[in-house]
Ligand binder design. Structure first.
Ligand code: SF4
Length: 282
C-alpha cells in the first residue's frame, strides 16, 4: 500500500472512531466533554499499567460508552460492505468443530488487521462449554500470547469466572469478534468485523453453548444486529439464533470505572447466567 493510501486509510479509521464516539455520547445523553478530566483519567490508567495499552484503550472505549467506548462500530458492522476477499464459510457437513473453523481461518489475510498482528488470537477454552464469552478484539497482551483476555481485563474476567461463578476458566469458551489486534486497540472497522464474522459464527456453532455472554457494546451490538447502549441493555436476556444471550459490561470498562455499582452489575448478570444454566437454558 502506498504512503498516500495508508494515510487515507488511517484518516478513515480516525473519522470512523470519532463518529462512533460521538454517536455513543449522544446515545448516552452526554452533552459535553472535559478533555482535562479525560486526560487525567487516562494518565491514571497508564501509570497503573504502562504496558497493557490494550486494557487501557479498551477501557477508554468502554468507559466512553457510559461515557463511550468500543461502542458503535460493531453495530455498524451490520451495515458493513461485503469484504473484498471471500470470507470463509466454515460449514462442512456435520457437526462443525472448532478445529475445522480454525483450519478454515488459516493464516488469514481477509482483512487489513493481519498487517499489524503478531499472531491470530482464535479463542480459548472448553470446546463443549455451556457458556461462551464474546469480547471485541485482542489487545497487546493477547496479541503477544495468542490467547484472548490475558491482560488486565482478562485477569478480571478470569476472576469473575473463577471466584464469582465458581467455574474454572477452562470450563468456558472465550473468543472475540475479530481475531487480530486492531492498531492502537481501536474499535474494529465494519469491513474487518464483516470479514471475521463467519469465524465467530463458526465458533458459536461448534461450541453450541447454552448461554452467550456478550462483553461490552460491540459484541452485544454485533450479535443482536443493532446499535445498543450497553449500560441500558446489560442484565436483560436476548436471543442469538435460539441461544440465550446476556449482555454485560466489558471487564476493561469495569477496571476503568471500578465502582461497587459496576462490579455489582456484572455479578448480577453472571448470577443470572448461572441460574439460566441451572434451569436448563436453551
Ligand atoms: Fe482474518 Fe479476522 Fe484477522 Fe481479519 S481479523 S485478518 S478476517 S483473522
Amino acid at each position: 500500500m502506498s504512503d498516500r493510501a495508508e494515510i487515507a486509510r488511517e484518516a478513515r479509521e480516525v473519522i470512523a472512531a470519532a463518529r462512533a464516539l460521538v454517536a455513543e455520547w449522544g446515545e448516552e445523553g452526554i452533552a459535553s466533554f472535559d478533555p482535562a478530566a479525560a486526560r487525567a483519567s487516562s494518565e491514571t490508567i497508564d501509570a497503573a499499567e504502562p504496558v497493557e495499552t490494550a486494557a487501557a484503550t479498551a477501557v477508554t472505549a468502554e468507559a466512553t460508552e457510559m461515557a463511550a467506548p468500543e461502542a458503535a462500530a460493531p453495530a455498524r458492522a451490520t451495515e458493513a460492505p461485503a469484504p473484498t476477499q471471500a470470507a470463509a464459510a466454515p460449514r462442512a457437513g456435520a457437526p462443525l468443530s472448532l478445529d475445522a473453523v480454525r483450519d478454515e481461518l488459516g493464516d488469514c489475510t481477509r482483512c487489513g488487521l493481519h498487517n499489524g498482528r503478531q499472531q491470530i488470537v482464535f479463542g480459548d477454552g472448553n470446546p463443549d462449554a455451556d457458556i461462551l464469552f464474546v469480547g471485541e478484539g485482542p489487545g497487546q497482551s493477547e496479541d503477544e500470547q495468542g490467547l484472548p483476555f490475558v491482560g488486565r481485563a482478562g485477569e478480571l474476567l478470569t476472576q469473575m469466572i473463577e471466584k464469582g461463578m465458581g467455574l474454572a476458566r477452562s470450563d468456558v469458551y472465550i473468543c472475540n469478534i475479530v481475531k487480530c489486534r486492531p492498531p492502537r486497540n481501536r474499535t474494529p472497522l465494519p469491513d474487518e468485523v464483516a470479514a471475521c464474522r463467519p469465524f465467530l459464527d463458526g465458533q458459536i456453532e461448534a461450541v453450541s453453548p447454552k448461554v452467550i455472554v456478550a462483553l461490552g457494546k460491540p459484541a452485544t451490538g454485533l450479535l443482536l444486529g443493532r446499535d445498543v447502549a450497553i449500560t441500558r441493555i446489560r442484565g436483560t436476556w436476548h436471543d442469538y439464533e435460539g441461544i440465550p444471550l446476556m449482555p454485560t459490561l466489558h471487564p476493561a470498562y469495569v477496571l476503568r470505572q471500578y465502582t461497587p455499582e459496576n462490579r455489582r452489575a456484572v455479578w448480577e448478570d453472571l448470577k443470572a447466567v448461572l441460574t439460566r444454566i441451572e434451569e436448563g437454558a436453551g
